[in-house]
Design a protein around this ligand. Sequence first.
Ligand SMILES: *Cc1c(COP(=O)(O)O)cnc(C)c1O
Length: 239
Amino acid sequence: MPETSPDISGNLDHIRARIRRAAAAAGRDPAEIRLVAVSKYMPVEFLQQAIRSGHYIFGENTLQEAAAKLRAIQDPRVEWHFIGHLQSNKARFIPGNFHWLHTLDSLKLARKLSDAWDGTQPPLQVLLQVNIAHDPRKYGLAPDSTPEFAADLLQLELPGISLRGLMTIGREHATPVDRSHDFAALRRLRDGIAARPGMDCFSELSMGMSDDFEIAIAEGATIIRIGSSIFGPRPQVSA
Ligand SMILES: *Cc1c(COP(=O)(O)O)cnc(C)c1O
């Protein structure tokens, strides 16, 4: 745990101002950009501070860590996003606990997520994770096979999931030009899928983190995932 508390409320204000500026520069409405505060490795108190300053959207990447936070923060205003890789044998923990999943990459996982939905809540909002830059160290669908994957998924007519769009994680050590190129490629992929029949709700683009969210907004991001710029640096972990 970090030794000194970051100024979470101030950091959130600062990020919101940067979102407004980036949106204005791109001729976009900042209200169409959802800010997910990535709270992985951060203590519950930090999330509570964010909630007190009016922020209610959080992203977690492991079930184990998220479970403790979900238990501690039972606030109906909070919207939980699962942004980590998920094995299909863990799918049953998602519906009912999380509102969004950013990392769908297999039909098997999709079926299990839908099977675990009890029908009392809205369906899980789902994004397909795309490995847009073909990075062998990253999870996600190959860009070329993503449209077909989306079509197969639609055919399954799974009631417990709502297919909302695409997500990607930017390349490490990439230049701004490379990032912008990758984000634009994700947007074109989304546009192609959204144009198909039955895909009217396929409008979301989850891309951009602390060091590249302004580029992502310029390229059409509708969801940005920001951790360290809100909560401070994460403790070093070997993972
Ligand atoms: C950790 C993480 C983030 C946030 O990264 P920062 O650089 O701290 O903003 C965003 N997306 C995913 C998938 C992550 O795992």
